[in-house]
Design a protein around this ligand. Structure first.
Ligand code: ARG
Length: 589
């Protein structure tokens, strides 16, 4: 159908047209893919860059029919099928074909989105199911800013994939199966013989408890011996040990949930313990394939090009982080049928994951070619720094409690709202809601707007600034657009159906084109796993809107209806960006 043909990003639709032209223009080079890219406004909207490459392929062929890249570009233009999408093409420089889209086609697409909904602009990805493994803190240990970054970045990636109609399994791969549990359980038994009646109350602060039991472990060899025994009894499934373990996990889980709840992040816990029963079978399979070798008592997989082997069974016969990850990747590919597995951790774990992926390729679970599915990707990120340029900590080098950090962001934004007199204007509920949206949104956006691989400096004043590239600025911009529409007194839903959107002014057209590019930006952010691409788009969108709004009168102008529709479209796209970034939009500010 016509709708099917018109589906996909602008870039994809142009690619289809140019592909048809390329096949007629140079039939001999039928494997050449169209090269279409957005370009600087002075050249046009998009560019087709195939002429130069084609020329170097055919210039030595006799009677190729062309004099050089420009002559190829010219014929590419002539052979384009008729389309309402393009207004005109022009030839530039050494053979670039500059493309100017039809303005009415842009306007029509935006109006269609307004009527049917932004879902029509969801990118299409070549996969149905993905696993995003993110957050993943360790039980009884500190959940630190690295886990916060993983939570924020992972949630955004999951949201973008979900928007693109991918079934996403959001996995919290918590560290709930380490040897630390022997020590913790033994300490629990020793200090609180009635631990089971106290249902978690005995332990109190789990991190303090962890420290105290570690101290005992290091100081008393007899205790250490019992702790090591306890691990064996836990792993053997002895009831009281399993119960104590479950109780400790539950305390941690409640703490993690305090963070997730504030951030509005959904996760399904499948911790290390979940994969434990699968490890022996997976290792047997790998051994049968001849991939596992003996090395200094341990059992390892050698990976070409890496100087250390992947240890899958320790010399004491126990399993480790890598054994679990081998079982997990096996499970996700073979049982859960994931076509893309995405792991979000700090860059420090990059080598670990590369080795796990290589081992999975050797086993034939993943194709050797990284451009094929199923595939696995490690999404690494840099450190969070304090203002002193060192690893982020609060005073006294104490660890930062994430809940306190988030609460501070919220309280600071609440104070600003109160200073601006909002306590008198709004209900307490509105005040709370806005303070949360702004505070948590600021923390998320400050993280996401950077290329994730770089370290970034955590700074409340900067992220809560209402000017510059911050969530606060963007939330304000959105609220202002909503208020323009509200104050016009027009029924926007009615206008969508009866009004006509036109983009006659240059700044209207510029904004309209930017809106239409939303889809390819989300696609790029998904494909390259780079949320900052979407942040940059959102910021530019708000800049484009400002330009339009300062040069084009909306309310009371002859173009009022059309311009209100453009305002509404901007607000819809901004809200979808917020949604994908995990930020709650506000309507009044
Ligand atoms: N628990 C680990 C940590 O805190 C992160 C786990 C990441 N996921 C995985 N499948 N290894 O560093």
């Amino acid at each position: 159908t016509n709708d099917e043909e018109n589906a996909g990003t602008v870039k994809k639709q142009l690619s289809k047209l140019f592909e048809q032209s390329l096949r007629i223009t140079v039939p001999s080079e039928s494997d050449v893919e169209p090269l279409i890219a957005a370009c600087a406004p002075k050249f046009g909207d998009y560019q087709c860059n195939n002429a130069m490459g084609l020329w170097s392929r055919i210039k030595n062929k006799k009677d190729n029919g062309f004099k050089g890249p420009p002559s190829i570009g010219k014929v590419i233009m002539e052979n384009l099928p008729p389309t309402e999408m393009i207004e005109k093409c022009t030839l530039a420089g050494p053979g670039f074909v500059n493309i100017k889209l039809s303005t009415s086609w842009i306007a029509k697409n935006i109006q269609k989105m307004l009527i049917i909904g932004i879902e029509t602009w969801a990118p299409r990805l070549p996969i149905k199911r993905a696993v995003v493994d993110f957050s993943s803190p360790n039980i009884a240990k500190e959940m630190h800013v690295g886990h916060l970054r993983s939570t924020i970045i992972g949630d955004t990636l999951a949201r973008m994939l979900e928007f693109s109609n991918v079934d996403v399994l959001r996995r919290n791969h918590v560290g709930d199966w380490g040897t630390q549990f022997g020590m913790l359980i033994e300490f629990l038994f020793e200090k609180f013989p009635n631990w089971e009646d106290a249902s978690g109350q005995a332990i109190g602060d789990l991190q303090e408890f962890y420290k105290a039991s570690k101290k005992r472990f290091d100081e008393d060899p007899a205790f250490k011996g019992r702790a090591q025994q306890a691990v064996v009894r836990l792993q053997g499934g002895e009831t009281s040990y399993r119960r104590a373990w479950a109780q400790i996990c539950e305390i941690s889980r409640n703490e993690f949930n305090n963070v997730y709840q504030r951030l509005g992040v959904q996760l399904e816990e499948k911790g290390e313990s979940f994969y434990n029963p699968y490890i022996p079978g997976v290792i047997e399979q790998l051994s049968n394939q001849g991939l596992v070798e003996e090395s200094q008592g341990a059992r390892v997989i050698h990976i070409e090009g890496v100087n250390i082997p992947l240890i899958v069974v320790k010399s004491d016969g126990g399993y480790n982080y890598a054994s679990t990850d081998m079982a997990a990747i096996w499970y996700r590919l073979n049982e859960e049928k994931a076509e893309w597995i995405i792991y979000v951790t700090d860059v420090g774990q990059q080598q670990h994951f590369e080795m796990v992926f290589s081992a999975a390729k050797l086993a034939g679970w993943l194709p050797a070619n990284d451009n094929m599915y199923p595939k696995a990707s490690h999404v690494g990120f840099g450190l969070v720094l304090g203002e002193d340029g060192k690893r982020f900590r609060t005073r006294n080098t104490e660890v930062v409690r994430l809940v306190d950090l988030l609460d501070e962001a919220k309280n600071r934004s609440k104070s600003v709202l109160i200073e601006r007199g909002k306590a008198a204007e709004w209900t307490e509920q509105e005040l709370e809601h806005t303070a949360e949206a702004v505070g948590y949104g600021a923390v998320k956006y400050a993280d996401l707007k950077n290329n994730r691989l770089t370290n970034y400096t955590f700074n409340f004043d900067q992220m809560l600034n209402d000017k510059g590239n911050t969530a606060v600025y963007l939330l304000y911009a959105h609220a202002r657009i909503c208020s323009i529409i509200r104050k016009s007194g027009k029924d926007i839903d009615e206008l969508k159906k009866t009004g006509v959107l036109a983009l006659d002014h240059d700044d209207e057209r510029g904004l309209g084109l930017h809106l239409l590019q939303f889809s390819e930006v989300v696609e790029e952010a998904c494909t390259n796993l780079l949320p900052n691409v979407l942040c940059e788009y959102l910021y530019n969108l708000s800049e484009n809107f400002t330009k339009f709004y300062s040069n084009c009168q909306v309310v009371g102008s002859a173009e009022e209806t059309s311009r209100l529709l453009l305002c509404e479209a901007t607000a819809v796209v901004m809200r979808k960006c917020f949604h994908l970034l995990g930020i709650t939009p506000v309507y009044k500010i």
